[in-house]
Design a protein around this ligand. Structure first.
Ligand code: ADP
Ligand code: MG
Length: 308
């Protein structure tokens, strides 16, 4: 799924093979619709239709675009599903990203902006108003795919399971009558964790500057771009968001990363349905107060944590 391995872990006394297979099929279907790298994907066809009026899309793609636009509005544009031309300019959709010319970035920003995307959920159609525009759903589609799998697993009778798309995950029920234990990765040591969360029936997603980046002139350029500047967002190393749905957790982790520490903390305080953990460039940690009783910090980390 968009370059990430998806794992389903489940606990049951029964055999559930067809249910699990259905869940994987659903994930593959989402990928075939929304992966921009696939020339035949629905998303590639939407992008090819930019500037030419409405384009009919499947209900799942329409749903993700609608939700992506909603999160764009709620985060003041920090989340923007219309960044495809910019991501392509940087080459973050390829194996060889590179630093573009300042003038190319400015020119490309004219072809982005979620306010130039129209989604008509009643007729399942989408319009990109200008030629050269394009959607990139890389910050939200994985979360949606996890949620699709979760509802199929539930409908198939499973109660205790985790669907994990490379760290963006949902944990359902409990693990042998205890909550599931989920680690938050250390941005500098991908195999180490800074904390363990105890979770049940919740989604978690993390966005970090260590997933996809290159270094030039001693500066790290990573794949989470600030739609306002056209450059990688600065200030944070990683953002973890907890939510009821994986789609929201996925998109909000990206959005709050772009907002930066101060704005992101304010946003979470004003939206108590979500909780978050931020790691800044000084490796200081800021966490929602609601997580205090659910979190076990690594010993070396404990003294760096501030709750909000
Ligand atoms: P990961 O794919 O590592 O889990 P994210 O969920 O944070 O990371 O998504 C990053 C992806 O989202 C990028 O690769 C790009 O496709 C897209 N993206 C980058 N910046 C933004 C942004 N400001 N708004 C929406 N999507 C973005
Ligand atoms: Mg994300």
């Amino acid at each position: 799924m968009m370059g990430t391995v998806i794992e389903i872990t489940w606990i049951s006394t029964k055999k559930h093979t067809p249910v699990i297979e259905n869940a994987y099929h659903a994930i593959h279907f989402v990928d075939s619709c929304m992966n921009p790298d696939r020339q035949d994907s629905e998303l590639a066809r939407i992008n090819a239709h930019a500037g030419m009026g409405f384009f009919n899309v499947s209900p799942p793609t329409c749903r993700v675009i609608e939700e992506g636009l909603r999160i764009g509005k709620e985060t003041g544009g920090a989340f923007d599903i219309s960044l495809f031309p910019l991501i392509h300019l940087w080459g973050f959709d390829t194996k060889t990203p590179h630093l573009p010319q300042e003038s190319s970035i400015q020119a490309t920003l004219k072809k982005t902006g979620y306010d130039k995307v129209v989604c008509d959920p009643y007729h399942h159609r989408v319009m990109l108003k200008k030629t050269g525009m394009g959607l990139d759903l890389g910050g939200i589609a994985k979360g949606y795919a996890v949620d699709r799998a979760v509802s199929l697993l539930r409908a198939g009778g499973l109660k205790s399971f985790i669907v994990n798309a490379g760290g963006d995950l949902y944990c359902a029920g409990r693990h042998l009558s205890r909550p599931w234990l989920i680690g938050i990765q250390d941005p500098d040591h991908p195999r180490a964790v800074i904390a363990i969360l105890s979770l049940s029936n919740r989604a978690v997603a993390t966005s970090g500057d260590y997933e996809n980046y290159f270094v030039k002139g001693g500066v790290r350029y990573h794949h989470i771009l600030d739609p306002a500047t056209g450059y990688p967002a600065r200030g944070l190393r990683s953002v973890t968001v907890l939510s009821k749905t994986t789609m929201d957790a996925d998109a909000l982790a990206t959005a709050l990363f772009v907002m930066g520490k101060q704005r992101a903390i304010h946003w979470l305080v004003a939206h108590p349905n979500y909780a978050g953990v931020f790691v800044d460039t000084g490796l200081n940690i800021f966490a929602s107060l609601s997580l205090k009783n659910l979190t076990k910090w690594a010993k070396r980390i404990k003294s760096h944590v501030t709750y909000f």
